[in-house]
Design a protein around this ligand. Structure first.
Ligand code: NZQ
Ligand code: ZN
Length: 391
């Protein structure tokens, strides 16, 4: 049964090879002071920086740069961004980059005018925004997180060994996002496939929850089939525009809140992945791939009906003369083979996790209630131990 819900997604999307033109439509809607947020040097190398700056200038904007946003943005960087935003009376934050730059920009947008410490307020106490919010727009250059069309913002606090996401309401969603698949073609393969698995994990963690007769599940099966298909093409030929554009839109659809409607949603893999990230600073999607097989094989029997459906509808497993367990296992086997084929990290040791970190990672993992099995700390330790072994 579909649960009750309220749905609104206010982000305007400009998609395709001319998408950057959308900036000319959007910029006149905001004041003069634009904070241009980006990561390290990728947008300078691939020319996106020059294109964006030229459009900002032709629209008469004052540009205040905030560069150096790192993958897995830190709380120290957040404080820096808040200072720039407040001191320069920023009217629009323009994020040019991947999920880290978008997440960070949203964090600055709700924190610059906060009277209390934003880490404590939003990430520890999970409080709502009660102060001025600076509007955010995105030019996306890395595909995976869905941050371009949602209210998520994940910040890492290395001294506390915590990586925590706050899902803000639709008043914090980007006002617009520019999605040009051409902008993603310079991504290193490691980042591309990491993003592909991030998408897969977002879909799976919504799919493997609640009951079966839900429109959202059918949408998600379509998204997963499209992703698996396009990912194989993109890995063979990263310049294939069709595959890359399909992956880009699948990423947005996977986490723009639409497919969560009526679902309880799980997110336990993300909680384990984030705890690993807090200890290792590893690439987000790889923290998910490294634990996923261990996790799904661990919970399979608790949601056998759904793993059976996943095997048949997503991985084309034949049902004839097989038990439900055999069908479900075959689905996971095919998923594992696909993960290896596209070059994902399959165990946590490869991400720098050492045995002496395991207790701490278990402690830093939040327990979620919406999946087919609510884990306890012993379960998480067992999953991490399995995920430490070579597959
Ligand atoms: O810093 P630069 O030089 O730009 O390099 C980046 C970075 O090193 C590079 N890159 C980006 N676009 C490129 C490029 N290199 C070449 N060509 C391009 N076009 O890619 C590297 C990784 O970028 P990053 O933004 O960190 O990756 P991603 O998009 O995976 O974002 C990860 C962050 O998003 C959070 C993660 O936890 C992590 O902190 N998430 C946010 C979510 C949300 N808002 O809903 C949900 C996700 O589950 C996720 O947790
Ligand atoms: Zn993710």
């Amino acid at each position: 049964m579909l649960g009750n819900f309220e749905y609104c997604n206010p982000t305007r999307i400009y998609f395709g090879q001319d998408a950057l033109e959308g900036l000319n439509k959007e910029l006149p809607l905001y004041g003069k002071n634009v904070m241009l947020v980006y990561g390290r040097d990728s947008i300078k190398k691939n020319g996106i920086y020059d294109k964006v700056v030229s459009i900002l200038k032709s629209n008469g904007k004052n540009i205040f740069e905030d560069k150096g946003v790192m993958p897995n943005p830190t709380v120290e960087k957040l404080y820096e961004g808040c200072k720039i935003a407040k001191e320069n009376n920023i009217d629009l934050i323009l994020a040019v980059g991947g999920g880290s730059v978008c997440d960070y920009s949203k964090a600055v947008s709700v924190s610059a005018y906060s009277d209390s410490d934003p880490w404590e307020k939003y990430f520890i106490k999970m409080q709502d925004v009660d102060n001025k919010i600076i509007p955010v727009g995105c030019v996306l250059t890395m595909v995976g997180t869905g941050s371009e069309m949602n209210g998520g913002s994940v910040i890492t606090n290395h001294s506390q060994k915590l990586k925590i996401g706050h899902v803000f309401g639709d008043n914090v969603f980007p006002k617009f996002s520019i999605l040009n698949p051409m902008f993603t073609l310079t991504l290193p393969k490691y980042q591309m496939v990491s993003g592909i698995f991030d998408i897969m994990s977002h879909i799976m963690e919504q799919y493997f929850s609640g009951d079966d007769d839900n429109t959202s599940d059918y949408i998600m099966e379509g998204l997963m089939r499209s992703l698996v298909h396009s990912s194989k093409i993109a890995v063979e030929n990263p310049q294939d525009y069709e595959a890359r554009s399909n992956i880009m839109w699948t990423a947005t659809m996977a986490l723009n809140t639409l497919v969560a409607m009526g679902k309880t949603t799980d997110w336990e893999v993300h909680m384990i992945g984030q705890a690993i990230g807090a200890y290792t600073d590893a690439t987000h999607g790889m923290t998910l791939s490294a634990v996923s097989m261990a996790y799904y094989r661990y919970i399979m029997n608790y949601g056998l009906h759904k793993f059976r459906r996943f095997a048949i509808n997503v991985w084309n497993v034949e049902e004839k003369d097989k038990s439900d367990i055999e069908i479900a296992n075959e689905g996971l086997d095919r998923m594992q083979a696909w993960m290896k084929q596209i070059g994902l990290v399959m165990n946590i040791k490869e991400l720098g996790v050492r045995d002496e970190m395991l207790e701490g990672i278990v402690g830093a993992t939040f327990i979620m209630q919406g999946g087919y099995k609510v884990l306890d700390k012993n379960d998480i330790m067992a999953i991490l131990k399995t995920a430490s072994e070579e597959l």
